[in-house]
Ligand binder design. Structure first.
Ligand code: FEO
Length: 410
């Protein structure tokens, strides 16, 4: 069943109610979900987000009864995941004049996903506005909530926020507004936050800051209930649940370095961890007492181990530490390998092998993708030559990821 509800003058919810038990992000959505899209019937008709690709045809047919598709001027894509952009391929064909509005990182994704290489795109940046003929849209970038390319859209005249996944609930609700649900939706709202947003809570502050200069009277997300009462309460839930709380977490970084590039990685890991108030002990294994390193590891919550690669192997006395670690009970600690290299970086993989012989929770890219969908965090942390630019950013993302794991641990 397609929804069609007027939220404000010429603003319509046109989404799909999916009341199956929906498999999603390795969860089963027991209460189903909705894919909320929005039609703004202004002088330059605009669609904000679409629906899951399974329902794209139904969505476009439904939309065609509400507006001349060829008159649509803009299709705003807040987030490229196919449960929201899935109707874009068909809608673009039926609305050939429409410009697709999205962030810069979204452009290539949409082109590749839906073969839109010859299509007009309007790339918007943080704070940009768009006149859609009688209404004004304002855009705010919200990177990593929950994927890199995401943004939120705000209708200035109607004070409605369209944040796509953010502030959603996974409920196949037949009452559109939360205040008419007939039950308190808070548990569903928090459950959604925990499942989808919490792994990215480091970025919630960007969202909260973005909301500060917006007078939001209604939140129209892309899953579940529309919020028009107690807006502040729902925003507060995001803000309070994203705050780092446990104090006293400790990390050890132990490394050996050939030409100081691995040392620089270690120092950057330390910097990012310390920004999250994690106490860090940094050891060059060639210059530190092994007993002291081992003692620190015993008391650490996370252990990073790194080496430069020289002649396809680790360097210095690092292996002595690793051998000792395989004899220790390191249960409950997070482990991660890192290093700089010039050709293949074998040392990093050897360190990873040692770490996986322990009973630590050893981080891997595969695990990160499976648990969070993040593709810009990599473990082991491999840096070719000196860490700078994009490679340095990768190091910092990985440190931030471990910091978040530590700070969310009870
Ligand atoms: Fe509802 Fe990230 O998709």
């Amino acid at each position: 069943m397609m929804n069609q509800v007027m939220l404000a003058e010429n603003v319509y919810l046109v989404g799909k109610n999916d009341d199956r038990k929906v498999p999603f992000h390795r969860l089963v959505l027991e209460k189903g979900t909705t894919y909320n899209a929005y039609l703004l019937k202004t002088e330059k008709p605009t669609v904000i987000d679409t629906v899951d690709m399974e329902f794209g045809r139904e969505f476009v047919e439904h939309l065609s009864k509400m507006v001349e598709l060829k008159d649509i001027q803009y299709i705003v894509i807040n987030h490229t995941e196919p449960d929201h952009s899935g109707g874009l391929a068909l809608l673009s064909r039926r609305a050939p004049e429409a410009t697709i509005v999205c962030t810069e990182p979204a452009v290539n994704e949409l082109k590749e996903m839906y073969n839109l290489h010859s299509r007009n795109f309007l790339v918007v940046k943080d704070g940009d506005t768009l006149d859609i003929g009688g209404k004004t849209l304002k855009f705010k970038e919200t990177p990593y909530l929950h994927t890199q390319e995401t943004m939120i859209t705000y209708c200035v005249e109607d004070k409605i926020l369209f944040p796509c996944d953010i502030f959603s609930t996974h409920v196949a609700n037949h009452e559109v507004f939360a205040d008419q649900a007939g039950f308190d939706i808070t548990d569903d709202f928090i459950g959604y936050y925990q499942a989808i947003i919490h792994p990215h809570r480091r970025y919630v502050k960007t969202l909260i800051d973005a909301l500060e200069d917006l007078d939001v009277q209604m939140i129209a997300p892309s899953h579940g209930f529309i919020l028009r009462e107690d807006i502040e309460k729902y925003v507060d839930i995001y803000e309070s649940m994203s705050v780092d709380c446990p104090a006293g977490k400790k990390a050890v970084i132990v490394y050996t370095t050939w030409r100081n590039s691995t040392k620089k990685i270690a120092e950057n890991l330390k910097k990012v961890l310390e920004e999250s108030n994690i106490e860090v002990s940094l050891f060059n294994a060639d210059k530190s007492d092994k007993a002291e390193i081992i003692e620190s590891i015993k008391h650490a919550d996370a252990v990073f181990v790194g080496s430069s690669t020289k002649y396809a192997d680790m360097i210095g006395r690092l292996e002595d530490v690793l051998r000792e670690m395989t004899k220790m009970n390191l249960e409950g600690k997070i482990g991660a390998a890192f290093g700089s290299y010039g050709w293949s970086g074998e040392a990093i993989e050897v360190i990873q092998d040692y770490l996986t012989q322990t009973n630590m929770d050893v981080q891997s890219t595969s695990q990160v993708i499976k648990t969070t969908g993040m593709t810009d965090v990599e473990f082991p942390v491999r840096v070719r030559f000196a860490p700078k630019g994009e490679q340095l950013r990768k190091v910092e993302h990985s440190a931030a990821y471990v910091a978040d794991l530590l700070l969310s641990a009870v």
